[in-house]
Write a protein of this length. Structure first.
Length: 64
């Protein structure tokens, strides 16, 4: 079974982004997360949804 929850650092690695950018995406609501105790975790489905939104936005702009 694969992981369901990822740390901010793991999410940054998956998306090939910096930690600061991931924190900005979380703060803006573009990328959803949950709190587990004091820890912030990103659901795998949130990562998939974020990438899908990026893909749709790029397709609507004619970017491939």
């Amino acid at each position: 079974m694969s992981k369901i929850l990822y740390t901010v650092e793991e999410t940054a690695n998956i998306l090939s982004l910096g930690r600061t950018v991931v924190y900005q995406l979380l703060a803006s609501g573009e990328l959803e997360s949950v709190k587990v105790g004091r820890a912030r975790r990103v659901l795998y489905t949130s990562i998939e949804n974020f990438v899908a939104k990026l893909t749709q936005a790029n397709q609507s702009e004619g970017i491939r």
